[in-house]
Structures are given as C-alpha cells and as structure tokens.
Design a protein around this ligand. Structure first.
Ligand code: AMP
Length: 218
C-alpha cells in the first residue's frame, strides 16, 4: 500500500516548502507536485508542455484531462515507495473524484487531506517576496531565505527568479480560481472524515510541527 497525503490550500500557502521538508523525514516518501511536473514539461518544450504553457503562465487551471494524464504517468513511474505527498493535486472536484477512484482500484491509500489555512492578504505579501529556482524548484524568499548569491540557487546554481504567476495581478486571479474550484474540496474531504486543518500563517517551524503531529497519527 502507498499512503497518499494531500497537501492542500491556496497558492503560496507554503505547502511546497513543507512537502520538501516532510519528505526528507519519512522513509521512501516522494513529493509529487503537479505544478513542478508541468513546469518541467514546459521547460523541455515537449508537445505536452506547449499545450499547458499558456494556462500555467496565466495562472489558470490546466484542463482536468491533461492533469489526470500527467498525474497517472507520474504515479505509475514510482517503485518501492511507501508514501506520496501530493502537492497541488487535486484542485477540482473531477480530479478529487478521479483520485478517489484510482485509490479504490490500485495500491494507493488516501490517508488524509492536510488543509493549509491562510488569509489572502498574507498570500499576496508572500508571493511578492517568493523566488524560485527555475532549474530544481528550490523555494527562496527575498526577506527570510535569500540565496547566498543573489539570483543563484544554493543547491544547483540555477537561476532564482520571481515566477510570472507569483506577480500580484496573477496571484489575485489564482486566489479567485482557488475559491471557486478548490475550496469546495474541503467539504468533499471533511464529509469523508479525511480533513486535517493546519494554521499556515504561523512560522514554518510551527507549521512543520503541526504537520508531523498529524502524519504520525495517520
Ligand atoms: P503550483 O506550482 O501548484 O502553484 O501550480 C502552478 C500552476 O500549474 C497552476 O497555477 C496551474 O496553472 C497549474 N496546475 C498545477 N496543478 C494543477 C491541477 N491539479 N489542476 C490544474 N492546474 C494545475
């Protein structure tokens, strides 16, 4: 059985950073970010990348059929893992239903959805200071976590940039999309008794401790 942990919440709530931290604490655990998979496809100029590029750059949701395709391909490529953290998937009700169906049909076991709660004001502020390595995806912040050399990733020496979809006008659109398409999934997981709330406005150490407490009980 592969335990599936969903890290859910609005864009910029810190779930990607926390997923990276948590992954290293649990044996045979992988972090699957649909956003990272899409950006890798775009970077490689694949046919798939060309089909999804404009959605990602404008902060719009990629159509469900394309997301389900890239998600299924990624999941089936893993061998000998015990847990997978899903970061940024599902984001719509059809995606959530498809994941539930895949869990019934396969060795995936949905352990729970951890919901990162944070206000829009804090997100807009965070997105304006967030920077990302375009090569390895490492996340920085120009106030709290600068790379040692400006614009250069400490881990891989890739370029550290302000993502187009973190610009204020786009982040506001992404928050509207989140409220419309993704927030309703709270009810979906709450009615299945699979919802666990996280206070994501606290500092990252405290957020991390909340997550570990929940995961250890699962
Ligand atoms: P993220 O890195 O999770 O913030 O995702 C970046 C962008 O990728 C989003 O704004 C969407 O354009 C696209 N994306 C990622 N995951 C999904 C998903 N599950 N459904 C639709 N679009 C997605």
């Amino acid at each position: 059985m592969i335990n599936v942990w969903l890290f859910m919440g609005p864009p910029g709530c810190g779930k990607g950073t926390q997923a990276n931290l948590v992954k290293s604490k649990f044996k045979d655990t992988v972090h699957l970010s649909t956003g990272d998979l899409l950006r890798a496809e775009i970077k490689s100029n694949s046919d798939f990348g060309l089909r999804v590029k404009s959605y990602v750059e404008q902060g719009k949701l990629v159509p469900d059929d394309l997301i389900l395709d890239i998600f299924s391909r990624a999941v089936s490529s893993y061998n000998n893992i015990s847990s997978v953290i899903l970061d940024g998937f599902p984001r719509t009700l059809p995606q959530a239903k498809s994941l539930a169906a895949q869990c019934l049909d396969s060795s995936l076991n949905l352990s729970g959805a951890l919901w990162f709660n944070i206000s829009s004001d804090v997100i807009v502020k965070r997105a304006s200071t967030r920077r990302v390595c375009i090569n390895c995806g490492e996340i920085y912040n120009i106030i709290t976590k600068r790379p040692s050399v400006d614009g250069v990733c400490d881990k891989c020496s890739g370029s550290v940039v302000h993502r187009k979809d973190d610009m204020e006008s786009i982040i506001l659109d992404r928050l509207t999309t989140y409220a419309h398409d993704t927030e309703p999934l709270r009810n979906f997981y709450s009615s299945a008794n699979q919802l666990f709330d996280i206070d994501a406005e606290k500092d990252s150490v405290f957020v991390h401790d909340q997550i570990l407490t929940i995961l250890k009980k699962m």
